[in-house]
Design a binder for this molecule. Sequence first.
Ligand code: RIB
Ligand code: CA
Length: 317
Amino acid sequence: MPRPVVLDVDTGVDDACALLLAARHPELDLLAVSCVGGNAPLDLVVANTLTVLEAAGRDDVPVAAGSARPLLEAARDARHVHGEDGLGDLDWPRSARRPDPRPAVELLRDVIREAPEPVTLVTLAPLTNIALLLRTYPDVAAGLRDIVVMGGAANVGNATASAEFNVFHDPEAAAIVLDAAADLCLGVTLYGLDVFYQPTVTGAQASRLAAAEDRAARLAGLLIGFQCERFGDPATIGDAGAVCAVLDPEALRTERLPVRVELGGSWSRGRTVVDRRHWAGDMSHDPHGRSPVEVDVALDVDGPRYAALWLDTMGAA
Ligand code: RIB
Ligand code: CA
């Protein structure tokens, strides 16, 4: 039986790569997609998400709009990374489909409650929607198998020297999600920057996809091609790696570690503080004590294996 999943996205070029994988892979049953402001303003995120699902032939998947801005921070975007339209400025034909009338938290609530078996929630964006979902409808935990979060890092930042974009965009939401997941006994895998950049696809592979008959393959190739031009060749499949982690967890090395989200700090706000200490002496003298929140932090990945999984699913020869 295909594994039921829901995605929370801020589509975005790499969210699009993830959506194509989740929509096309036969071992996944993509039940719904919720949108949040992040890489681009919410209206563009919704339009981009509907467009990508249309390219994948999946107009059956409901899409809902969630929060346009973080819980406390002002809305910011990353169009310097993803292009003015958030989808690589490809002039790809836009879907005319309307989003689901329900707010994202209600669509997620309904879909998770009605799912035939526990659902894997894959978050690829700032965690505003998910914080609101878990605090408003904690009963959905009974319908969730686990959560895979693309966010944070043990060692590096990208939005700032110390924070990863999805967590930096809404640190309070990230802290709430990790706290609520621990409260609700939900397993969390943190697919962060320590692995995010390792699964890569070359410009030549992208060009072959872009020349394909299949619309989803063409879009996939153009998305990677955009990244190759903007950031260099090869380009990461980004968020799609978090979906690969659902399909092929064996290729990911994780360690269950205490994590806190820095909410203060002049230069460290939004950092995921991953505690990798092992000597009890250090811990016993630490005034902060050990974080009660532990997550499975991805520390290494077989990048070529995830890149191949994505390429094969896109139909690369
Ligand atoms: O830091 C990378 C993450 O931020 C990815 O999810 C990307 O799409 C942006 O949302
Ligand atoms: Ca994203």
